[in-house]
Write a protein that binds this ligand. Sequence first.
Ligand code: ZN
Length: 424
Amino acid sequence: MFNSVVKNVRRLNEDKTVNIGIANGCFAAITTASIQGEKEWDAHGHIVLPPFVEMHTHLDTTLTIGNQVNNKTGTLFEAISIWHERKQYLSEEDVINRATKALHMLMEHGVLYVRAAVDISDPHLTALKALLEVRKRMAEVLELQIIAFPQDGLMSCEENQARLIEAVEMGADAVSAVPHLERTREQGIASLEYCFSIAKQYDKFVHVFCDEIDDDQSRFLEVVADLTIKNNMEGSVTASHAIALAYYNEPYAQKVIQLVKQAELTIVACPLINSVVQGRLDRFPKGRGITRIKDLYTAGVNVCIAHDDIRTPFYPFGSGNILQAAHMGLHLAHMTGADDLHAIFQMISHHGAQSFGLEENYGIEIGKPANFITIPGKDMSDIITNQPKCSFIFRNGNLIASTEPEKTQWHTVSTNNKVSGAST
Ligand SMILES: [Zn+2]
C-alpha cells in the first residue's frame, strides 16, 4: 500500500499507461501492475512530465499593466521609463500580492521552479524584501531563485554597486548586470567584471541580461564567456536574451557559440517579449527578435526558453503558460520538425533543471522526489498546440493543484458534422 497512487498516466512517446506509486514523498513504483494507495487519483491517460522550469521572469513588475500608465509605443525603452516611474510607488504588500498571483498563474501551467529577476535600482530594495518573503511563504509548493538585477546599470547608476552587495547579503541567489544598457562599451565590460567579482566573493551564481539589442556591435556575450572561464565558473553562469548573436556575421557568431559552449553557459531565450520588442527599428526585412536557438542547441549549449514578463509595461500579455513561450520559440527558431519538439521540451524542463542545480532530484524515476505534472494530450505536438493547463500537479508527493480538462459541449451540430448555419 502506497501513500498515494496516480493511475493511468502515460510517459512521453509511450502508448501504454502506467500507475505511479508514491511513498514518503518519492516515486516508489512506476508500473503497469495494479497498485493501491491510501489516496488515489485517475489521470485518464494524460502524459506525465517533470514540472516545467521558468528560467527568466520578473515578479516585481508583474501584473502592473495599465496600473499607472500604459506603454503606448510598445517599445522596450518606453517600458523602462514607465517602470522607472512605477517603482517609486512600490510597497512590500503590493509586490507580495502581485508576485503571489503570478506564481500561481505559472504553477497552474506546471511550473514549479522559477528564477525571477528583481530590480535593485530602488534605494529601499522594497521589491527584493517582498520577494524574499514570498520565497519563504511559498517554499513548500515551489522553488524560487532570486536574481539581483540592476535595471539602471552598475556603472550608469553607481549606487547599484553597493545595492548589489546588499541584495546578496539579504539573500539573493544570484547577481546580474545589463552591459548593453551601460553608457559605453567600456562601462559594459566594467559592469560585468564587477558582477563577476561579487559573485566570486559571495559564492553566488551569475545570470546576466546580455545583448538584448538588435546591434551587431553589442558584443558582451564573448565577455561573459571569457569571465566565466577566467573565474573557473563554468556551469554556473547564465545569459538571457543574447539577441545580438542573431545579427553577428557568420564567422564571428560561430566563434562566440564555441566560446559559449566552452564556458558551459546557459542561454535563455524569451521569445514572447523579444518577438515584439526587437526588430522595432528595422525597416524590412525585420529581425525575428530571437537568439540563434537552433545553432546553440545543435552545438550542445544548454539552451532554455522562458516565459519572461507577465502583463507588465514591457509585455502586455502572458498568462504564465510557459507552453506559449515554447510555441512562439519553435516558430521563431524554425524548429517545427518532429525531432525539434523533443529539443523544445528540453528547453522548458531538463535544461532549466540543470542550470537550477536540480539534476539529482529532477525527473520521473524511482527514488527521486515525486515532483510531476500530468497534462492532457497524445504527444508533445498535441501539448504544444493546445497548451492545456495541467490536470494534476504534485510536489514532493503532495497534490497541490488540479484542473478539469476543458470539454466543449456542442448544441448546434447537424448530422453531417457541420455547424448549423455555417457556410461551406
Ligand atoms: Zn525579462
